[in-house]
Design a protein around this ligand. Sequence first.
Ligand code: DGJ
Length: 730
Amino acid sequence: MAIRFDSKSKTFTMHTSKSTYQIKIDDQNVLLHTYFGSRTDESDFSYRIVPDDHGFCSQPAENAWDRTYSLDFYPQEYSVHGNGDFRIKALRAGLSDGVPALDLRYDSHRITDGKYGLPGLPAFFAGKDDSVQTLEIILKDLYEEVYVSLLYGVFEEKNIITRAAIIENRGENPLKIRRAMSMELDFMDGEKELISFPGKHTGERQFDRRTLHHGITEISSTRGTSSHQQNPVVIICDKGTTESYGACCAISLLYSGSFQIQAEMDQFDSVRIVCGINDDEFRWILAKGESFATPETVISYTDNGFSDLTNGLQDAMWSNLIRSVWKNRKRPTLVNNWEATYFNFTGEKLLQIASQAAEIGLDMLVLDDGWFGKRDDDNSGLGDWGVNEKKLGCTLKELVDQVNRLGLKFGIWIEPEMISEDSDLYREHPEWAMVIPGRDPIRGRNQLILDLSRAEVIEYMKQAIDRLLSIAHIEYIKWDMNRSVDNVFSAANPHLSQGAVRHKYVLGLYDVMEHVVTNYPEILIEGCSGGGGRYDAGMLYYVPQIWCSDNTDAIERLRIHYGTSFGYPMSTVSAHVSVCPNHQNGRTTPFKTRGICAMQGSFGYELDLGKMTEEEMEEAREQIALYNKHYELFQRGDYYRLTSPMDNHDFTAWSYVLPDGSKASLSVVYTDLHANPKPLRVKWKGLVKDGVYDLDGKEYTGTALMQGGIVLPKPQCNYDSYMAVIERIK
Ligand code: DGJ
C-alpha cells in the first residue's frame, strides 16, 4: 500500500517508487510535516523536530505553558495565519469579525483507493493499470465550524504525489478567505537551490538557478495567466545537483491564472515552500455550507538528478494528466499562415499555400488570425466569430473542402476570451467586457477581456465555438489569448466579490474548454497565449500541445526549449520552421538548423511556402519525411539535455531515446565558430550499456557512446547543425 497510517505513532507515511512523505498528528492534534525525501521506511521521523525555548516564538492556545513548543519553527503540513507562526502561510482566512485567525487541528482521515477529483479544475487521474491511493485528512478550527480537507493522491509507480485543499464553512457566519494555497512543504534542512523559469514575450521559460537565502523568494504571476514572465513550476534541489546526480524535487501547479510560489528560509535555516493561487487581489467569501477547492499541485522527487526527475514527471503528465486522444496519435505536420501573410490573405492565397504544403508532404493547413468579423489588423473584430467571406472570396466550408481535396486537413485560429471595442459583440454587450466603471479601460493589444465569471458569457462562448465547428470540417483549433488580465471588474458581481473574479475567470475558461474537449474529442487543440504565455500543467489537461513561443528563431528557441523541457513533456511543444531573416530578431540561420530545432516538438512550417527556393522545398520534403519516420522517437522518447545553452557557448545538444533503448537521436546546433577549433565531443545518455548501435555504418557500444561520446563534425557555417539517429543492432 502506498499510504499507511500507524495509529500508535499517529503518522501517515506515503511511499512512491523513489520517495517517502510523512505527516504526524502530534499531541496537540497539530499536523506536522516530518519527512520528504529519498524512499525510506516507516519510522516515526518526528524525532527530527527539536523542541526548544527559542524566544520570541509564541505558543498556540493549548500550549501556553510549554515554551519549547511553537508553530513558529515546527514544520507543518498546512500552516494558517493567526496561531503564532510568523512565516509565510498556506491559509489566511477568518470570520466576518475581520480577524484572519484560524487554528486547525486534526479531526479525521480517510484512505481510499483511486484518485480524488476536483470538479471544474484540472487534475491528475488514475490510469486503468495504475495503483493510486488518496489520503484525505480533515482539519477543524479549534473554535469555529471551519474545516479544511487536505487531499493527497499517491501514484506509487509514477513517483508523484498530488495535493489540493478544500476549505469548508459549516458555521453560520461567512468565512473570508484571503489566501488559500494548494500545498505547503516544510524542509527542515535549508541548504537548497531553487530553479525557476522566468522570461518575457518571445523569450519564455529561461532557466534560472539561485541559492535560497534568508527571507522570502517569490516566483509569481499577477497577470491573470500563468504568464510569459514566470511559470508555475519550480525545482528545489541540493546544491551541486546535476542532470545525473543529486536530490531534487519538482513542484508544478495545475493552474492557468495568477499563481504564487514562495520559498522562505527562516531563522533556523529551514525552508518552507507554498504554492497556489496568487493572493494578490484574491478574496473569496464562503457562506454557510459552501466550500472552496484550491487547484492541484504535483510533486515529484528523486535522488538521481534532473534528467530522472523531469523524465519521470513528464511521463506522468503524459499518461495521467493529458487526456486528448491525440497524445497517442500521429499529429499532423502543418503549415500555419501567420508569419506567411499575417492579416493580409485571401482564400486564393491560402489555397496556394495549401497546394504547396501538399506537394512537400505536409498534413494540414492552419488558418491563423484574420478570417472573421472586421479583422484586417489587430485593433478590431474580436468577439465577432462570423466568417469574413468577402476576404476569403468564398464560404469557410468551400475553402475547407478545397483544402481537404488537396489531401490536407484544416485547422483554424480562435481567441474566444477577447472582445474588441470595435466589434458588434461589444456594441451589443459592452457590459460583457471587464472594465472598471468610470475609468478608461486598460487595453492590451487594443482589446478587452470578456467576463468569464458570467454564466451568459460562458454560454455565448460555447455557442460561438459550436457554430464555427458546425460550418466546416475543422480538425484542429489553435486557441490563442493575447493580453494580460488587468483592471479586473465584473459588472455582474457585487463589489464585495470582485476579489473572486480573477479565479472565476479561470474556472469559466476551464468550463468552456471542458465543453469543447468533451463535445469534440477528435479535434486537436493547440494552446497558445502570444506563444507560451499560458504554458502550464493546468492547460495540458485540455490541450496536448502548446505553441511554445512567438519567437521562431532557431537559436533563441534553444534556450526556450531547454527551459520548457524541465517542466513539460517535449511532446507538448509546438515548433515551426520560419523564414530568414527571422521576423522576431532578424537572425539568419541555415534551413537545416531551423528544421532540426523545430523537430523538438509538434513539427510544422510558418512561412510562405511559395517563396521557398527549389532547394529549400527539397530540404523541407526531407525534413518532413525524417520527422514522420522517427515520429515515435520524438514524441515518446525520453528527452535528454546533453548540454546547457547557458553554459556551453559552442553548441547545444539534446537527444531522444526510446524507453527500451532501441533507437536514439542526437541533435546539435553550433552556436559559435572558432578559428583553429578544438575538437567537440558529446556524450549520449539513456542507451543500453551493452547494446551495440549503428552510427553511420560503424558499430559502437552503448557504453562507448555514453562514456566516450562521439566527436562532432566541424561546423561549416554560422549556426550549422548536425543530427544523427542510431538504432540498436545487437
Ligand atoms: C499570437 C500567436 O502566438 C501567433 O502565433 C498568432 O496566432 C497571433 N497571435 C495572431 O494574432
